[in-house]
Structure formats: structure tokens, C-alpha cells
Design a binder for this molecule. Structure first.
Ligand code: NCD
Length: 362
């Protein structure tokens, strides 16, 4: 782990004042993340490396010897999973990823059981916890908290890498990584992600997975993005502005059915009503206009895929699950492997994994 945290000389305001891509680049070193905080820090090269590494790791993991090798990679390290927002799947995905590479993980799920209840600031709490561990994985309702902690710890004696496992309505970079990995695997024999059309549907206003993935897709050539939602739930202007600056093609639409035949990938999301109700946004089930029903399958291209970050309500009919184009259960599995690859890369052990792979599996 490089000791030189590249933004420790900046004030918090100074860091926030930087252009988002410039700022994001400070979270990397030598083409690898130091922290994983925002989608904007990932370049095409980094994405290709992570996806390749994840695939090699899952092949290594198929044998007992391979699993022993993986188990020993980071068995001298400990991680804290600080999840102050409801989460089971992302929590377990990271927990399992840590287990695969031998990291011992501890958890804080409910800050009400910690000294935060005694009036301690969340920053002090997390700084205290970080003293016991070598890696922090955080999910919080506060936008930017993971970034703030990374900055704060970078000015201490003992900075540790931080992985953002979901921050407010803003970012969910590791979900976007697993989505990219899923798209890449699905289109492996179809020219990859370049040139594909990706359709986002549902609550795009508050869906952080969409915001992170829309950005990651700007790393690919000629990808077209559609944002399909009821008007009050449309994607934020800030995302569209970033896409404009990146020269990416996109369309904002209200009608879902007419877009289905154009899609190579459809990314359904649920109404994020834990953030409150948006007038005119439809009912708890997101308004049936934005549901993928069994009869929509015949509108979908033969090689297209259907994605969902889960949890699902009624955005995708259960009858669709058995269609080979339904990719959401595979997304879950891909998530665990890409998180293993991310942690391995964060600790600069990707070279070691690649060496093992070349010696034993090529
Ligand atoms: C997503 C999240 O938490 O943003 N879930 C997840 O991480 N798999 C999406 C959601 O909750 O709808």
C-alpha cells in the first residue's frame, strides 16, 4: 500500500473544489485504486484489468489447491464492514469476498450500539474503528462520507484503504463494477461492451447504481444510453452534464415499451422510496409502466440481457427469471468475484495472482 496518499496535502474544500475527474484520479496510484470512492476514478484499462483478474480468480477458486492459495493471500489483514444502512446482499458479498482471500472481517451494522449514541461524531467513531483494521468497507446514507473519511485518515498516522459500498443517493461504485463485469461477460463473443445500447429504467433520480454505471459506461466506445422514467424520477442533470462533457450519446424517454427492441441491456431498478415520496412518481411498485413483464420478452433482442441490482419488487416478473437473457442472478455471483479482484488489486497482489494463474492454469 503506497504511504503517499496523494491528496493529504489538500484541504477538504480544496479537494471538493477540484474537477470531479481530477479529484477521482487522486484516489488511484499507478493504475490501481488506493481507495474506491467514486466511479469516475476507473479508467478503461483499470476496468479491463479488474474483469480479467476476477475471471482468473474464479478459475483458481475451482480447485482446493487454488482455494488454499487464495485463502493465504491476505490472511494477515483485517477488514471492518461499517454498514449503517440496511444491506444484506452487498454486505454478504463483501463478507464472502474477504473470506475467499483470508481477510478476517468484523462488522458494525447498527451505529446505535456504538458510542455514536453517546454523542460521538461519526468521523471519530470510524477513525477509532479504523485503528483496529487494515481496510474499511462502508455503506452509509450520507453522501460523500466515505470520501470524507478517506481524506480525514489521509492526514493521520494510519491511513487505511476505504471502499465505498454505497453512499447516499450518490454513488455505488462496486455495484457498477459488477455490472460492467456482467456486461463484459455477456457480450464477450459479441464484440464486448463497445457499441452497445444500455437502457436504464425506474427510479433514476435516486438510484445510485445507475449514476455510477452511467459514468463507467463512458469508458467504452459508442455506447448509447437511454434513461427511461416517469418525469419526476428522471436522471439528474449533473449526470447528463457529465455525459455531455464525455461526448456520450443518450436519450431521455418516458415510454418504456418502445425502447425495449433497441436495447442490448435493460437495467431495471426499484422505486427508492426510503428517501421519501416524490409527487407524481407512481405507487410503491414503481407504476406498472416501468415493469418488465413476461410479454415484453418477445420485444427483446435475442442476445440482449436483462439486469437488476436487486432487491426486486415487481419491476421484473418472476416468470422472466428462467429466460436465458435474465442476468440478475448472475450479477450477484459476479459481484462477489469482482469485489475479490478489487480488494486484491487494492493490496497490490494482482501480480501474484496472475503469476499463480500462469504457472498452474495456463
Ligand atoms: C442497490 C443499492 O443499495 O443501491 N442494492 C444493492 O446494492 N444491490 C439498489 C437498491 O437498493 O435498489
Amino acid at each position: 500500500m503506497p504511504k503517499d496518499y496523494r491528496f493529504s496535502h489538500l484541504s477538504w474544500d480544496g479537494l471538493q473544489g477540484l474537477d470531479v475527474r481530477r479529484k477521482a484520479s487522486l484516489f488511484n496510484d499507478g493504475g490501481r485504486p488506493i481507495h474506491t470512492l467514486v466511479a469516475q476514478q476507473f479508467t478503461r484499462g483499470m476496468l479491463d484489468d479488474l474483469c480479467g483478474l476476477a475471471t482468473r480468480i474464479r478459475r483458481i477458486a475451482k480447485s482446493k489447491d487454488g482455494m488454499h492459495f487464495l485463502n493465504g493471500l491476505l490472511d494477515h489483514k483485517r477488514a471492518m464492514l461499517y454498514f449503517s444502512q440496511p444491506s444484506t446482499r452487498t454486505f454478504l458479498s463483501f463478507y464472502a469476498a474477504c473470506q475467499i482471500i483470508g481477510i478476517k472481517a468484523a462488522e458494525v451494522r447498527d451505529p446505535a450500539t456504538s458510542s455514536e449514541l453517546k454523542g460521538e461524531s461519526i468521523e471519530d467513531s470510524i477513525r477509532t474503528f479504523s485503528s483496529y483494521f487494515d481496510l474499511l468497507i462502508m455503506r452509509t446514507p450520507q453522501q460523500g462520507l466515505a470520501e470524507h473519511m478517506a481524506w480525514l485518515l489521509s492526514n493521520t498516522e494510519r491511513p487505511v484503504p476505504i471502499i465505498n459500498a454505497g453512499s447516499g443517493k450518490d454513488q455505488h461504485p462496486t455495484q457498477a463494477l459488477l455490472d460492467i463485469y456482467t456486461l463484459q461477460r455477456s457480450f464477450e463473443r459479441l464484440g464486448g461492451i463497445d457499441g452497445k445500447t444500455v437502457v436504464f429504467v425506474g427510479d433514476l433520480l435516486r438510484g445510485r447504481t445507475v449514476r455510477s454505471l452511467a459514468w463507467l459506461l463512458t469508458n467504452y466506445t459508442d455506447v448509447k444510453q437511454y434513461f427511461v422514467a416517469a418525469k419526476p424520477l428522471q436522471i439528474g442533470e449533473d449526470v447528463l452534464q457529465q455525459l455531455d462533457e464525455a461526448g456520450v450519446k443518450y436519450e431521455v424517454r418516458e415510454d418504456f415499451e418502445s425502447v425495449i427492441p433497441e436495447a442490448d441491456a435493460i437495467y431495471m431498478t426499484r422505486l427508492q422510496d426510503e428517501w421519501g415520496n416524490v409527487p407524481g412518481a407512481g405507487d410503491k411498485d414503481n407504476g406498472t409502466k416501468y415493469h418488465f413483464r413476461a410479454e415484453h420478452l418477445r420485444l427483446l433482442k435475442r442476445n440482449a440481457i436483462l439486469m437488476h441490482p436487486l432487491p426486486r419488487r415487481k419491476e421484473i416478473a418472476v416468470e422472466v427469471d428462467s429466460d436465458p437473457r435474465a442476468m440478475y442472478w448472475r450479477q450477484v455471483r459476479n459481484g462477489m468475484w469482482i469485489r475479490v479482484a478489487l480488494i486484491v488489486t487494492t493490496f497490490r497482489l494482482d501480480g501474484e495472482v496472475n503469476k499463480y494463474y500462469e504457472l498452474n492454469l495456463e
